[in-house]
Design a protein around this ligand. Sequence first.
Ligand code: PHE
Length: 445
Amino acid sequence: MAEEAVLGFLEKNEEISDSSQFASERGIDHQELTNVIKSLYGFRLVDAQDIKRERWVLTEEGRAYAAAGSPEVQVFLAIPPDGISLEELQKKMDPSIFKIGRSQAIKNQWVEMGKQLVMRKVQDVEDKVKDFLIRVEGGEVIDPKEVDALKRRKLIAPQTWKGYSVRKGPNYAPKRKKYATDLTRDNLQRFEEMPTNNFVESSFWNFDALFQPQQHPARDSHDTFFLQVPSTTKTLPEDYVERVKRVHESGGYGSRGYDYVWKREEANKNLLRTHTTAVSSRMLYLLAQEGFAPKRYFSIDRVFRNEAVDRTHLAEFHQIEGLVCDRGLTLGDLIGVFNDFFGRLGMSKLKFKPAYNPYTEPSMEIFGYHEGLNKWVEIGNSGMFRPEMLLPMGLPEDVRVIAWGLSLERPTMILYGIDNIRDLFGHKVDLSLIKKNPICRIGIE
Ligand code: PHE
């Protein structure tokens, strides 16, 4: 197994200087090895440095000649020992092969274009072009003059190859003690899964409880799917509704509020939840009623947005929601959670950008670098829940809640190098991709 090979090798050696050489010496697929290195790097079992190298690969035309022979040899072989008329020869051959092959064969002085007949000038020819192409294909280094000739004929092209040099990392051990999947199970055991089995939610829990004002553009039917039947919710906790109304209208708990008339009818409207933060608000309210204790909650489930679909957006997608509630938490804890979480998925290039949510302050958008698209892609949104949200619920004043909502599809796209979300989810899904990939993959085991 690739992981054992890497860790075992580093037990006795300083460094794997070139992952591709290491892979080919051991008959390991380089892509598989790369995934293992990323995963080990995520846990800091190893340190890895990128190595980039230019190498030559065959173009489509080059591959065709490597298989069928160069056009000049094809032309030569099509000429019988007694010669052939130009017309006949042309009829026998593919027009583009004929055109290229004829000029090359004349240049090589292999054939002669007589008035009547095309004749061979030599008895035998060697297909050096084909041989060189096959050698390039096999990764051999060939004479630079030949490389140049093949390049000029556009039979080969440079390709940047990426690999790693690898050394022991700070957490190095000859064997990984816990597999990433075990750690996830462990993580799951330390988190409680939130009940997300209601796609239909009231505006109250989806928006009002989150201190989202009733005129907020997200509450427009252009952004949210509202239900026609049943169009409104039946029950809400009345005393809490009263406190939410007050904090919206006139503030309290150190806030000035929004200074508008809050309408119960607006809060009653049913919708398809636009985020799983609706479930988080219910959970925090329940926690406050039960009596506060530190908690970690998570969920992975579907959300809905009335949005134009494109390569990176769908009207239905999945969110990974998480929150940690305890006294004395800071934004540093939140950043630490992301570095840890995405690092374990082999995604170590993260960027955070200040953002705004009505329910969090401060708020941060999270971006991950997509190697395939060569750009930063937004993968989530996060922050610390505001007192205007937590205090009306009845949570103690010194309780801090760090929370995040991540797209499930975006990081999956980054990990698998998928650049169209519709290949992954929805009616245009690429079935072969779904079938080929493991049901669950956290790193590579
Ligand atoms: N609800 C936010 C979204 O849908 C994500 C989020 C969750 C932000 C929790 C902050 C805190 O984008």
